[in-house]
Design a protein around this ligand. Sequence first.
Ligand SMILES: Nc1ncnc2c1ncn2[C@@H]1O[C@H](COP(=O)(O)OP(=O)(O)OP(=O)(O)O)[C@@H](O)[C@H]1O
Ligand SMILES: [Mg+2]
Length: 452
Amino acid sequence: MSNLTPREIVSELDRYIIGQTAAKRAVAIALRNRWRRQQVHTDLRDEITPKNIILIGPTGVGKTEIARRLARLAQAPFVKVEASKFTEVGYVGRDVESMVRDLVEASLALVREEEEAKVRIRAAERAEDRLVVLLQGGGTRAPGVGFSPPPAARMTDAEREKLRAQLRAGTLDDRVVELDVQDVPAGVLRGFSGPGLDEMGANLAEMFKSIPGMQRTRRRTVGVGEALRLLEREESERLVDQDRVTREALQRAETSGIIFIDEIDKIASREGAHMGGPDVSREGVQRDILPIVEGSTVTTKYGQVKTDHVLFIAAGAFHVSKPSDLIPELQGRFPIRVELEPLGRADLVRILREPKNSLLRQYTALLETEGLRLHFTDDAIEELAAVAQSVNERTQNIGARRLHTVLERLLDEVSFSASDPGAPRDEQVDAAYVRRRLAAVVEDEDLSRYIL
Ligand SMILES: Nc1ncnc2c1ncn2[C@@H]1O[C@H](COP(=O)(O)OP(=O)(O)OP(=O)(O)O)[C@@H](O)[C@H]1O
Ligand SMILES: [Mg+2]
């Protein structure tokens, strides 16, 4: 997966994002270049600096979406941070390292999920074995965690298989069993949050776990389905080598992590004096971010992470400031600049119609759960795009996000009454329907501002 060619990457991105070819090409090249750089002989490799990107474009045209899809495509750990948050009161320079810590967390989640998928079948088998033993006594006084199965010896194979068959057939679903489950005491950790403290809170959670008495084992009575779920969790935790997960996660963050720095334009203006107040200066934030982008070693609770090969994608509207307002060192680290196009009516039509996850598909699927078949005619789609475009022009251009508010409004009535008994099973949405539902709001500019 990590060696997709630029062309392959672009064509995958095309399935979700309409247009924005230049941006897709740029991220595809950047991703491939990281891979290329890793293939180069060590002597030269260290001389090649990573080619990070700035995506420039108005709101709602796909900047975040492109980065997110790219990460998913590459199965790369991904985090998104708002650069402006580092200018908030209470942040100090070192807090920018939190983006790397978050990347490691994302990486851990990703790797853990992969590893768990690999043992899923075995964990399910083992959970079932244990549950069969628990069910043997009809569900009374059952041993739980850490239990090794002497009682099973008392069960013949035939008995076991019979129980197993019943379990699978669902005839035991109304039974309950007793299980010992391990509990992190809730409440103990409440109150530990806030910048910088998150990290501490997480460490404390680990610490409490190792204090005898802090980790409670609770005996719970649960239904068969719940028991199976709990046991599967436990077995899968046992089967997965947690140390390996951590090692792999650190490595994955280093070699294929993607950090998306949003609103970079908000820290670009070099005088930020007019902001006043106790804000950390914007240039200060740039200087704090710089070492991370240049490549440094960040300590996390799982170990050290080098950021040399992390891919940084920055994004911003740059209405007021320009990339040239960034400090020169940072400009140098983001040599690739791409502009995203504002979306026009034709793009909006395609955004409604084409992506695998398009809003129309989403709403149709939602209402299908109520037994309602929603059908959009072509002229309805054209009309919707026209409405969105017109509101974007007359109020504020929020790009494809406008489609969300427009569709929500359009389907307000159907969404409300679809669950009623006797509600229609089929709903045809055509241009007339769109006009009927939206005309009043669209024509009234003040109303549009609030509703669409
Ligand atoms: N070109 C596009 N093709 C398909 N969907 C798009 C496109 N542009 C935006 N969208 C949809 O619009 C929504 C917002 O897009 P996105 O989050 O990428 O905006 P953005 O460019 O990052 O804006 P902002 O600057 O406000 O963060 C998403 O739901 C996304 O799916
Ligand atoms: Mg965004």
